[in-house]
Design a protein around this ligand. Sequence first.
Ligand code: G3P
Ligand code: MG
Length: 361
Amino acid sequence: QPQQEQQHDQTGDRPSFGIAFDIDGVILRGRTPIGGSPQALRSLYTDDGILKIPFLFLTNGGGVPESKRASELSRLLEVDISAPQVVQGHSPFKRLLSRFENELIVAVGKGEPAEVMSEYGFKKVLSMDEYASYFDEIDPLSQYKTWTVRQITDNNSNSKPRDPHPRFDAHRSKVQAAFIVSDPVDWGRDIQVLCDILRSGGLPGKENGNQPPLFFASDDLEYQAVFPSERLGMGAFRIALESIFNRINQNPLQYTSFGKPNPFVFQNAEAVLKQLRSNIFGMMLTENVREMEGSSFKTIYMIGDNPSVDIKGAKKAGRPWFSILTRTGVFRGKENHSEFPADLVVDTVEEAVDYILRRES
Ligand code: G3P
Ligand code: MG
């Protein structure tokens, strides 16, 4: 059994390593698998399709609930991926639930930002589209925007149904926080309305109060999508918003960014991987699973394409992280990256997984 060939720790028969995969530029470009990712992932399962190596996706992207992203990834990559294996940029927003559970919050970005926040338990969420629609003429350019909004209906969706007409008046209730959940679609409108919310203390048009808290799911300047060269990410949007806000407001913009390369993202990933390992061994062995949960991994591999995000983060997180840089995304260099050199540089994710399985056998 390949299971027994892998490196084990002192306490028993379990692999002492885990893997964190970046998505954009490593596993997918847009919605297309790259770098032999389906084959690479398949080697982490038994012939019967049961997970044998603890791994997760650690992406700064997002815009749909983790359960929905897991089904989408399972479909694209042809392996069975569970919701806990998907950690997105906005996943840590759920930790802010106790602070904003019953407060009016605005969720910004592509996909289903309000559904994401509702799924985390926030009770009074409006997407930016919904919020802006309460205020006539808040976007003076809206009449020139001829695009239509596509209603996304997915029968496989596990998202909780949301009340599309929350019973409160956006003209009276102050926005208590704004969350940039995923890459904003209509930068002009979003910057305008965010400036309105943030400058006014939470109620556009009525200047009274301090800036409500602002949270970004990540701070990626650029990322690899389908187009041959990199695309502007959430960090670029943050720079645009911040530059404008600081020109029109006396006090500079206050905000918090989550996502890689923050070390807590890597610490959280380690905790999730330990849980996954317990689940794997809970199914395969009858011995003391609880004892396994706490024990450390010897190595956790981060496979990423962005030196200043994935590799910098893994390096900052320290042991047991081991960074592997692929050439399928943001990074295309021949040699290692000079500012944030990885522990290993390979062409593709398939090569990275081959290396790991050889090293751990
Ligand atoms: O919008 C997604 C992008 O910022 C990065 O995604 O998977 O490369 O962390 P990923
Ligand atoms: Mg990436």
